[in-house]
Design a binder for this molecule. Structure first.
Ligand SMILES: Cc1cc2nc3c(=O)[nH]c(=O)nc-3n(C[C@H](O)[C@H](O)[C@H](O)COP(=O)(O)OP(=O)(O)OC[C@H]3O[C@@H](n4cnc5c(N)ncnc54)[C@H](O)[C@@H]3O)c2cc1C
Length: 351
């Protein structure tokens, strides 16, 4: 059977859905194809941190490069500007971050970057150790110093995905379960075939996350590869855990689901998504470097999924032939960047 649509989007992760919502809002006909009815990939399992300044956890002390920080700030502002109802639905919150430092030069780097992208201090601020109250649970023996950073947004990425899905459904987006097996004649008149259907389209948008290169092979120049990330979640039965987000060797935060999230590993293991005890121990040890009592909270669960990694963590939005586009990348910041990808694809289509 052949399915025809003005736009076919491969992938119903946060990138595919964001684009589907945007194009369908413009009145275009959109069909989203995913190999799974309820994909449980990175978009459903991410920590959901939205932060243009601090680096990712695991390599967590450095700041983002200035050009990346500037683009990330645009995405950050879009989250800030969501209406109150949507914010509530996606569990939007701004949480103070205790950022652990390896030396004082890191404090200066953060201060400088805030100054460069937010000179009026509308969104971000940082205080040094001398001006903050140090609570007893904070481990002072591993990191030489720490700071208090204000401005980090957290959302529930799974709920954000559901919100986008509902927007798409309201706009009449068609969802199909099928695994795309082959895209050929990309440069001339591209043909798309899945396990169950074949497709006809005016525009094809490949938003298949870490599987993008697998589908497109050499048609895509930039390297998008899977980076495995594991997260450990702990319970807090006596409601004793802090409201602060701890950030240094990893990210530790009690989210609105009442679980303490310890995120994340960064491993190159191809498409392997198995959870490991090694990662669990590593994450708990990393958290212990910031929180003295972390090992007293009971284990709840562990997840593993794959980031669509690119070198600079920016989205890869490119036209690769007359009717085929890629929307991938974003690496460890794909949730933050996803809010921009609909507009970026629209610009690419109109350019
Ligand atoms: C541990 C971890 C923590 C993270 N934390 C954050 C964070 O705090 N902040 C942040 O901004 N980002 C974070 N990220 C990054 C973010 O999760 C990803 O960048 C983002 O979810 C990628 O979205 P995507 O839609 O491109 O890919 P995916 O979510 O992987 O979606 C791709 C979809 O394509 C489908 N697909 C693939 N191949 C095919 C095919 N052949 N046919 C049909 N369908 C196909 C898949 O089933 C999947 O549903 C984190 C990632 C990880 C792993």
């Amino acid at each position: 059977m052949k399915i025809a649509s003005e736009n076919i989007i491969i992938g119903s992760g946060i990138f595919g859905l964001s684009i589907a919502a945007h194009l369908s809002n413009l009145g275009q006909k959109v069909t989203v194809v995913d190999k799974s009815e309820n994909p449980n990939e990175a978009s459903s399992n991410a920590l959901g941190r939205i932060d243009p300044i601090l680096g990712g956890s695991g390599h967590g002390h450095e700041t983002k490069p200035l050009p990346v920080a500037k683009i990330s700030l645009d995405a950050y502002k879009k989250f800030l500007n969501l209406d109150d109802e949507t914010k509530k639905e996606i569990e939007f919150e701004i949480r103070p971050t205790i950022h652990f430092l390896e030396d004082d030069s890191q404090f200066k780097m953060i201060e400088d970057l805030i100054h460069q992208i937010d000179s009026e201090r509308n969104f971000f601020s940082i205080q040094n150790k001398a001006s903050i109250e140090i609570e007893k649970f904070i481990n002072l023996s591993y990191f030489p110093s720490l700071s208090l950073f204000n401005g980090t947004i957290f959302i529930n990425s799974k709920k954000y995905k559901t919100y986008l899905e509902n927007e798409c459904k309201k706009n009449g987006v068609n969802f199909i379960k099928d695994e795309i097996m082959d895209i050929h004649e990309i440069d001339n008149s591209p043909k798309l075939s899945g396990k169950y259907y074949s497709y006809a389209f005016e525009k094809l948008i490949v938003a298949s996350g870490p599987w993008t290169k697998k589908l497109l092979g050499n048609s895509i120049k930039i390297d998008v590869y899977p980076s495995k990330g594991q997260i450990v979640k702990l319970r807090d039965p006596d409601n004793k855990f802090t409201d602060l987000h701890l950030h240094g060797s990893c990210s530790v935060i009690k989210k609105k689901d009442d679980l303490i999230w310890i995120a994340a590993t960064s491993e190159e293991k191809g498409f392997d998504k198995t959870i490991t005890n090694q990662a669990k121990d590593f994450l708990i040890d990393s958290a212990k470097k910031m929180h003295n009592d972390i090992d007293q909270f009971p284990f709840h669960s562990q997840t593993a999924c794959l980031r669509p990694q690119v070198e600079n963590d920016l989205p890869v939005i490119e036209k690769i032939s007359n009717s085929v586009y890629i929307a991938s990348g974003g690496g460890g910041w794909g949730i933050m960047m996803s809010i921009m990808v609909g507009e970026l694809i629209e610009n690419e289509i109109n350019s």
